[in-house]
Design a protein around this ligand. Structure first.
Ligand code: ZN
Length: 235
């Protein structure tokens, strides 16, 4: 679980926007961490209705939670978890390890949608979340060591949507609400980041779109290091 990180060390969870491929299992993460022995505070940060979703998750799982408290002697889970609805850009939280800042990005019709910047002791990392090309993200990423940016390979979109009945509306969403890889690179260049990580790739599994094609498309517009994101990748 959590790519080799102990669930017992879970402290903060950041959700960029309320799309299921970005928020599914946030509750299960906490529930399973608690079932594994978590006894310390966890803060959740993300757009509304995160607070209500958290409350409903606890209601949905009340049977299991109450059983484990009574039967296994676990500390109550609910008091450990603090959900925070985020509605504005700016400082999210800061402690001795990290400062987290949010920018509002454009991911219609989902709003608010955030990008997050993590300024740690050794480096700064910016996560775009899902966004159309964003000046707010560019500003947030200024001078960062790493920008993890969602990316679309536009020439492959027609092939991607060809097999679904909602092709035209899906393609419109992908074009209006996401960023083509060339623009990811332009944003990275303008922001002056050292490393661009292409992530949340659309399409993710088209064998006709090779790793080299992604990298070449970005390279034309960005002078820094470019990495194609993969599951469990560490940099
Ligand atoms: Zn999304």
């Amino acid at each position: 679980m959590l790519a080799g990180i102990s669930p017992l060390t879970l402290r903060h969870v950041f959700i960029t926007h309320q799309h299921s491929d970005h928020n599914a299992d946030f509750g299960s993460l906490i529930l399973l961490a608690w079932a594994s022995g978590l006894r310390t505070r966890v803060d959740l940060w993300g757009p509304p209705p995160l607070e209500r979703m958290t409350q409903l998750f606890f209601e949905m799982n009340a049977y299991d939670i109450n059983t484990r408290i009574a039967d296994e002697g676990r500390a109550p889970l609910r008091p450990l978890v603090n959900a925070h609805d985020l509605t504005e850009a700016g400082l999210v939280m800061q402690d001795e390890n990290v400062k987290v800042t949010a920018a509002l990005v454009a991911h219609p019709p989902v709003a608010p949608a955030f990008a997050f910047r993590f300024d740690g002791q050794d480096r700064s990392i910016v996560i775009s979340g899902d966004t159309a090309r964003s000046d707010a993200l560019l500003k947030l990423a200024a001078g960062a060591d790493v920008l993890v940016h969602e990316a679309v390979f536009a020439p492959a979109l027609d092939r991607l949507v060809a097999s679904v009945p909602n092709a035209s509306t899906l393609k419109k969403h992908l074009v209006d609400s996401h960023t083509v890889v060339e623009d990811c690179a332009r944003v990275a260049q303008a922001a002056g980041v050292k490393t661009l990580v292409l992530s949340h790739l659309i399409p993710a599994d088209d064998p006709a779109v090779t790793e080299q094609m992604w990298l070449d498309a970005a390279r034309a517009h960005f002078n820094g290091r470019i990495i194609l994101g993969k599951d469990l990748l560490e940099i």
